[in-house]
Design a protein around this ligand. Structure first.
Ligand code: NAP
Length: 243
């Protein structure tokens, strides 16, 4: 089998991130799968094909160090940013404007938009100049302005919309030096992870994906992308999502 270099998953400790690592590794299609996260993924096996690097997406020093370690392994042809926050300490999706607060909005923008942009700043320059590559940031359909009919979840929606704009802008700059380099935002579906756990009550069982199913779909989407798709926003089934 011809291998495609190095694959990097940022947020390897998360539900979808971990499933992406396992799937990429099991595919045998990559020389090395590099997981990046703040804490070591549970049961992470060390071998010649798997590397784990400790980094926080909001700490540029750790991202710079991670980039150096990745460069020493090889040029990444797949980079997936699978970090993100919806709720948890100090963060609760706002049901109405009365719930808006500066601290929670800042936290959502930091983790969901600024962090992935900093990852791009340090990791995109590692991609090969003359080979196809894909940088994908996991966004969310609720970040689509055109698709927003329900309202609510102000911080999460707005931070994902900001992420989409950052990815689109990165794609334009990236294409100037890497004609075959693709940057996209992807919606993974509604996936059974700790992020969605408090909000799964109204989700029909057949619409709730396992992390493994979502990861498998996302990898197919990435494999199908063409250079003209760069800067786009796509769902787990390759369908384009309106901005
Ligand atoms: N699950 C869904 O239904 C769904 C739907 C639409 C979009 N998404 C998006 O898909 C992505 C993955 O979500 P998930 O469901 O897999 O969530 P998850 O299981 O909660 O994983 C989130 C990941 O983000 C990491 N993270 C958060 N803040 C970080 C920081 N400052 N530095 C480094 N890592 C940080 C977490 O690391 P720690 O373990 O260190 O906290 C964890 O690895 C997110 O962008 C989410 O918005 C998910």
């Amino acid at each position: 089998m011809v291998t495609e270099g190095v694959a990097v998953v940022v947020g390897a400790s998360g539900g979808i991130g971990r499933a992406l690592c396992d799937r990429l590794w099991a595919s045998g299609g990559y020389d090395r799968v590099v997981g990046v996260s703040r804490r070591r993924p549970h049961g992470w096996a060390y071998d010649d094909l798997r590397t784990w690097i400790n980094a926080d997406i909001l700490d540029e020093r750790s991202l710079r160090s991670a980039a150096e370690q990745i460069a020493a392994v090889g040029a990444p042809t797949r980079i997936v940013v699978a970090t993100g926050r919806l709720s948890g300490s100090g963060l609760l999706p706002e049901k109405n404007m009365r719930s808006l607060g500066a601290a929670a909005l800042s936290e959502a923008f930091s983790v969901n938009a600024i962090g992935p942009a900093l990852v791009a700043k340090h990791f995109l320059p590692l991609t090969p100049r003359d080979q196809p590559s894909v940088f994908a940031a996991l966004s969310a359909r609720v970040g689509s302005i055109g698709d927003n009919r329900l309202g609510g979840w102000y911080g999460y929606r707005a931070s994902k919309a900001a992420l989409n704009m950052l990815v689109h802008t990165l794609a334009i700059e990236h294409a100037r030096t890497r004609r075959l380099g693709i940057c996209v935002a992807l919606h993974p579906g509604t996936v059974d992870t700790s992020l969605s756990a408090p909000f799964q009550a109204g989700v029909q069982p057949e619409k709730l994906f396992t992390p493994e199913r979502s990861a498998a779909s996302l990898l197919v989407v990435m494999d199908r992308l063409r250079p003209e798709d760069t800067g786009g926003f796509f769902a787990w089934d390759s369908a384009p999502i309106p901005w």
